[in-house]
Design a protein around this ligand. Structure first.
Ligand SMILES: [Ca+2]
Ligand SMILES: [Ca+2]
Length: 256
């Protein structure tokens, strides 16, 4: 039922007021929502005896195994619409860190991937950033940008649209352990001075804030735990003995 002319006019006025109120709230949110980007590490493949339990955990790694991880840019996406989000550039270090007494050591190496391999991208230097004797990727002097792992979209200053974008990869070659059971955590650490540039809800965001660009926040994302178990020689002998014993008990197939 449409109602009288005056009723319709009253209803339209009400709708307009409601629309203005909604728009005001939306504008308010746009002004104050900083938005964020987090760089996750996710295990994508493993060689040898290493097994990917889930993207955040690899178990059974031995010396000589290689674990490959993706660096994934995850954006806040406050409107639940990934088509208006995107990534442009970021910089930081990739480190493996563990308890000195239960540490799984390994060599990290970064790689740039298309389309985040534009001018200014860098695979970073291989240096021991945490002093545990193995090689990480990145730098300690924020002024030496070339030392860090850096990505920049080949479409910059336009963002590569999408959320959960793979912006780089890294490999971790297991080289040793400090204990029979050892573990290390691989993670991306944003450079302390920035700089990151991305798009969220169609708006450019930067950390630290750029001229004429909205400020956003950058977080460590999810890490990857690599667990290594090296059986002690006595344990290996025990396992062998158990296997022999089990084999002796196994029913034999009778040959015809
Ligand atoms: Ca969005
Ligand atoms: Ca190290």
């Amino acid at each position: 039922m449409l109602g009288t002319m005056s009723e319709q006019r009253r209803r339209r006025t009400g709708y307009r007021k409601l629309a203005i109120a909604v728009a005001s709230v939306a504008v308010g949110l746009c002004q104050f929502a900083r938005g964020w980007v987090a760089i996750d590490l996710r295990a994508s493949s493993a060689t040898g005896s290493a097994v990917i339990v889930n993207p955040q955990e690899v178990s059974g790694a031995r010396v000589g195994d290689r674990i490959t991880v993706d660096l994934v840019a995850h954006i806040s996406d406050t409107d639940n619409d990934p088509s208006n989000d995107g990534f442009i550039s970021g910089i930081g270090s990739i480190v493996s860190s563990g308890d000195p007494y239960f540490n799984a050591l390994g060599t990290l190496r970064g790689s740039n991937v298309s389309p985040f391999d534009g001018a200014g991208s860098s695979r970073g230097l291989q240096v021991d950033l945490d002093g545990d004797g193995d090689l990480d990727v990145g730098g300690t002097d924020p002024n030496e940008s070339a030392h860090y792992f850096a990505v920049r979209a080949s479409t910059a200053p336009q963002a590569v649209l999408g959320n959960g974008l793979v912006i780089g990869t890294a490999t971790f070659d297991v080289t040793g352990v400090t204990s029979a059971i050892a573990q290390t955590t691989l993670r991306f650490l944003p450079r302390s001075s920035g700089s990151f540039l991305w798009q969220e809800q169609g708006v450019f965001k930067a950390w630290p804030q750029g001229t004429g660009i909205h400020a956003g926040d950058v977080y460590w994302g999810q890490s990857v735990d690599v667990v290594q178990v090296t059986p002690e020689p006595t344990a290996v002998a025990m396992l062998g003995a158990v296997a022999t014993f089990a084999s002796a008990l196994r029913p034999r197939r009778r040959d015809h």
